[in-house]
Ligand binder design. Structure first.
Ligand code: ADP
Length: 476
């Protein structure tokens, strides 16, 4: 039974493991609530859309909670609120097949309207959330940005926190969407408008009591024009309320000792890691060789992740005695160019062009190095997962990559990865070549891998920082 002193936080988000995942946001929403509850200070409930693609195993655990009528402009959309409990966290799902009865989460012409609906449905669901009243709505990324604005306007008794997981995606709509979809008076238009369009992320940044993003470096970067994607002036105005809190990962879920997807579970044993390597090489029809260094990338294949750099230098790097494994889906141009290289170098490279959790875990476990040369990176979870699976990250020094990967210094013996500063293909190539040199020199490799084994990225410290923020809001 939650104590009366506990704050009740409602997380609103568009994805959450294990129900639906397209990227790191799902990992965060799937693990932070539990970590917050473990502190004993907060009770967290989570509200999500019910997508068609949610696996049946979870779907059958749902129970009916309430019928909702959600105003979307001149229409009243009916929806059902379902609930379920998992590992002590209560989840709510908005079931509305017109908007969410589709195979994927995003990528539809009416995404704007779909998440206006969802954000408004969150407000309609509030009276039905079980237990105590909600003290704070904590919304994540543009899809739930309008839930912050609606709460501020329609339920001012509830405080709001908005977390920016990626400022590149802002939820733009033409300005007539305000009159068509929002059911608000014209006096509220300026809070939603940005550059003569409706912008869901701007609306959230404008209305939220507190704004966070997912690493201290990214919190600084997005106040500059290069990283701010046009919102930097507003973020500078709100700088007093903006903080960066680094993401953690669920170290129980991402645990190479207990991971059911692995060929051979391991903790720090190099021999067992090599068993994962050879088994994967066999599966991917690469030459089976436990000694050859394996480089990997697991990612959305988009500009943000630095694939232009990799595309530029990979063929040159493949002339070394190495193997490279790519797992990803995304832009057609990247899919084609990596598929072409894999076809040209079948003994050196495999390109697996799909989204597969099982493949991802096996590649993290099998690889020696993990490449992430991002142009920008709010936090990045992949490099943290890679460290858990003893795959050494090679990253560009930006955002959360800068905050979590310390470049290896062979003189002091410090550092848990490799990094380079400028968005430049040859800086990446030289850094990859240096990593190869370290791989082959036991006296350099050993201290590096010891540092990797010591790296810890659990949620504990970050959950405490979020609790601090919630505490601050409780007294204002
Ligand atoms: P982002 O959220 O920007 O995509 P992150 O590094 O924060 O990047 O998180 C990416 C998450 O998605 C990680 O858990 C990663 O393992 C996973 N992922 C990315 N691409 C794939 C893929 N093709 N198959 C399986 N998992 C993937």
């Amino acid at each position: 039974m939650p104590s009366k002193l506990m704050k009740h936080i409602l997380f609103a988000a568009s994805e959450c493991t294990p129900f639906i995942k397209t990227g790191g946001l799902a990992d965060v929403i799937g693990s932070l609530p539990e970590a917050l509850q473990q502190s004993g200070e907060t009770e967290v409930s989570v509200i999500l859309p019910l997508y068609h693609g949610m696996p049946e195993t979870y779907r059958k655990e749902l129970t009916h909670c309430a019928d909702l009528v959600v105003p979307v402009g001149w229409r009243n959309q009916e929806a059902i609120l379902h609930t379920m409990s998992r590992n002590g966290v209560t989840y709510y799902f908005i079931d509305q097949s017109f908007y969410f009865g589709r195979q994927s989460a995003y990528g539809y012409f009416d995404d704007g309207e779909r998440y206006v609906f969802f954000s408004r449905a969150v407000i309609e669901a509030l009276p039905h959330i079980e237990g105590r009243d909600i003290d704070i709505l904590h919304a994540h990324d543009w899809q739930t940005g309008l839930a912050v604005a609606f709460t501020r306007i329609l339920r001012p008794d509830i405080k709001t926190v908005f977390t920016i997981h990626n400022i590149q995606y802002q939820g733009w709509m033409t300005h007539d969407a305000f009159g068509d979809l929002m059911n608000l008076g014209p006096e509220h238009f300026p809070g939603f408008e940005w550059k003569n369009m409706i912008n869901c992320m701007k609306a959230a940044v404008f209305h939220a009591d507190k704004i966070t993003t997912v690493s201290p470096s990214y919190a600084e970067e997005i106040k500059q024009p290069y990283y701010g994607e046009g919102l930097d002036p507003l973020l500078n105005e709100r700088a007093m309320d903006l903080t960066g809190i680094i993401n953690g990962i669920d170290t129980d879920e991402y645990n190479p000792m207990k991971d059911p997807y692995l060929y051979s579970p391991f903790k720090t044993s190099r021999a067992k890691k090599k068993q994962n390597k050879t088994a994967l090489q066999k599966d991917l029809c690469l030459p089976v060789d436990p000694e050859v260094p394996v480089y990997a990338a697991i990612s959305r294949l988009v500009d943000q992740k630095g694939f232009h750099l990799l595309e530029r230098i990979l063929e040159e790097f493949l002339q070394e005695n190495v193997q490279f494994i790519l797992l990803g889906t995304g832009d057609y141009q990247f899919e084609q160019s990596f598929a072409y290289l894999a076809h040209r170098y079948p003994n050196k490279m495999a390109a697996v062009l799909k989204f597969s959790e099982a493949d991802a875990r096996r590649i993290y476990a099998a690889s020696d190095f993990f490449i992430m040369p991002s142009k920008f990176e709010p936090c990045g979870l992949s490099q943290l997962i890679a460290l858990q699976y003893k795959s050494i990250p090679i990253v560009r020094e930006t955002g959360g990559l800068r905050d979590t990967v310390q470049p290896y210094d062979e003189t002091s013996g410090e550092g848990n990865g490799f990094s380079f500063a400028n968005y430049n293909a040859h800086e990446l190539l030289y850094t990859m070549r240096y990593s190869l040199l370290v791989y082959h020199r036991e006296e350099l490799w050993k201290p590096l891998i010891q540092n990797v084994n010591r790296s810890r990225f659990s949620w504990k410290d970050s959950a405490e920082l979020y609790n601090g923020l919630y505490r601050e809001l409780a007294v204002t």
